[in-house]
Design a protein around this ligand. Structure first.
Ligand code: FAD
Length: 473
């Protein structure tokens, strides 16, 4: 047993009629599976929750396949759970009311690359790395990088971001248009390839971040960026977390256009050193990346070094050679797996909050004090340039007391972020784990509007039910 699903999310399973199983087999043949292993794989994500498998999994290869599966499920009142790459962290994929998982990983075609307009249109199952591979000879890249090799559909559905967001924005800023199959089988397209539009309600942004609860995204048009002429990286250690975070705040407030600035606490650095065979100083550390021309990259690095020095930063090491840079950033990207090794056999209960940059130091320092009093190892890492940080609480899944302690810490950090005008999740999304915080963050009237949208688009609550907020309350 890992982590039982929170009771609020345990809704009755809806019946899965034999006639639907037959209809799915007729429509999809080998591309529908009801095997226990396949269902179990699709009823879990990277959260510590126990899996809750769907009744069947359809492997879609086209928008038409998705529409067929959605229409069949609709006929029998059976839920639909879109599946990208399974890397989400908040219980997004658990089939809490049963239903059919629609796996989009077979929709992996890059449909067009419009280099002149800096856009690409992809099927939802294309992963971010696959898109960048397809862009290799174009001089362009797609910058959004959640640590996992997530699908562009899943990233759109969770409004993902990652280390580059401080410079390039999140999926919210980088999705220009979508094709979406609605609960009743209608196919809508939103947006155009134009970089801006004032034409009516912004449906693109309604679906971005909807976590599969409003429709299945099948195609996405995203923005691309020219590869920077020069890239350099730097790493700098600080005596305290407060010093590191104040360096970031000043860097952002002074408008230095850093491409990445990541905070890693001393415990996470210890994990990285062991896992990636590095010798970084085991104290609070910032990782930077600078993009631009040779001159601007050098200027940014110098400016940041000065700011860091004012905050007691030491050992500012600057990496310009590609292999040095990738060693540093690979180590940062593998931090999650490195941190798990701090407590062998553990699972991570991850949480992410985001606050206005002016409150970041206060929020991180209070959180650090709180975690110091806990028996759990709780390394902190964060995309601090955005005011976003993560705690990775390492728990023994067999010990309910550790789970309760992790949930207590999670509640405290979320309440702290909300008190500081922040959000309960900067990038991981709500899933079912953070449902309890949405009312505090948005208030009853705003949740009522969200519920009205959900009722209008999905009156029978078929699309990923039991996630984000309760349908009926
Ligand atoms: C080690 C690690 C590091 C991570 N770091 C980050 C990070 O830095 N930043 C960040 O933002 N996230 C991060 N994540 C979380 C995760 O990678 C993101 O949430 C990602 O966007 C999920 O994409 P996916 O394809 O795996 O989607 P899934 O996990 O398959 O699905 C996620 C949700 O989206 C819905 N969905 C999926 N595809 C579609 C679709 N086509 N249409 C409609 N709904 C859909 C699902 O129903 C589900 O609700 C990290 C995860 C791990 C394991």
């Amino acid at each position: 047993m890992n982590h039982p699903v929170p009771p609020a999310a345990v809704n009755p399973r809806r019946p899965f009629p034999a006639d639907l199983a037959t209809a799915l087999k007729t429509a999809f043949g080998e591309r529908v599976s009801m095997s226990e292993a396949v269902r179990a794989h699709h009823g879990r994500d990277e959260s510590p929750f126990d899996p809750v498998p769907p009744d069947a999994v359809v492997f879609a290869q086209s928008t038409d396949d998705v529409r067929t599966a959605v229409e069949l499920c609709g006929r029998y009142g059976v839920p639909i759970i879109p599946y990208g790459n399974g890397s989400s962290l908040e219980g997004h994929l658990l089939a809490v009311e049963g239903g059919v998982s629609i796996d989009l990983s077979g929709m992996n075609r890059v449909l067009s690359i419009n280099a002149e307009d800096l856009t690409a249109t992809v099927e939802a199952g294309v992963s971010r790395k696959a898109l960048n591979e397809a862009l290799r000879d174009t001089g362009l890249f797609f910058p959004i990088d959640p640590g996992a090799d997530a699908s562009i559909g899943g990233m759109s559905a969770t409004r993902a971001s990652g280390t580059n967001a401080v410079r390039y924005g999140t999926m919210r800023e980088n999705v220009l248009g979508l094709t979406v199959v609605l609960a009743d089988g209608r196919i809508v397209t939103t947006g155009t390839r134009a970089r801006k539009s004032s034409a009516g309600y912004d449906l693109t942004r309604l679906f971005v971040g909807s976590e599969g609860t409003l429709g299945v995204i099948t195609e996405i048009t995203v923005r691309l960026y020219p590869l920077p002429e020069a890239v350099s990286a730097a790493v700098c250690a600080f005596p305290t977390m407060g010093d590191a975070v104040r360096t970031v705040i000043e860097t952002i407030q002074l408008g230095v256009p850093v491409a990445r600035v990541e905070f890693v606490d001393a415990l996470a650095i210890r994990a990285i050193n062991r896992h990636s065979n590095m010798t970084l100083t085991e104290s609070p550390t910032l990782f930077f990346e600078f993009h631009g021309t040779d001159a601007s990259v050098a200027e940014q690095a110098e400016r940041v070094q000065e700011i860091a020095a004012e905050h007691a930063g030491s050992g500012f090491a600057w990496a310009t050679r590609p292999e040095e840079r990738s060693r540093l950033w690979n180590a940062r990207h593998n931090a999650y797996f490195a941190m798990l090794q701090l407590k062998p056999g553990s699972r991570a209960l991850s949480t992410d909050v985001c606050v206005p940059i002016s409150r970041l130091a206060e929020c991180v320092v209070e959180t650090e004090e709180d975690l110091r009093g806990s028996p759990l190892p709780c390394p902190i890492v964060g995309h601090v340039g955005d005011g976003n940080f993560h705690i990775c609480m390492l728990i023994d899944p067999a010990k309910p007391a550790e789970l309760a302690e992790a949930e207590r810490l999670n509640r405290r950090v979320v309440e702290r972020a909300l008190r500081m005008d922040g959000t309960c999740t900067g990038e991981h999304g709500v899933g079912l784990h953070k449902m309890g915080f949405l009312l505090d963050e948005h208030g009853a009237d705003a949740i009522g509007v969200m519920r009205a949208v959900k009722h209008a688009l999905d009156p029978r609550n078929l699309m990923n039910p039991g996630k984000i907020f309760s349908y009926d309350a």
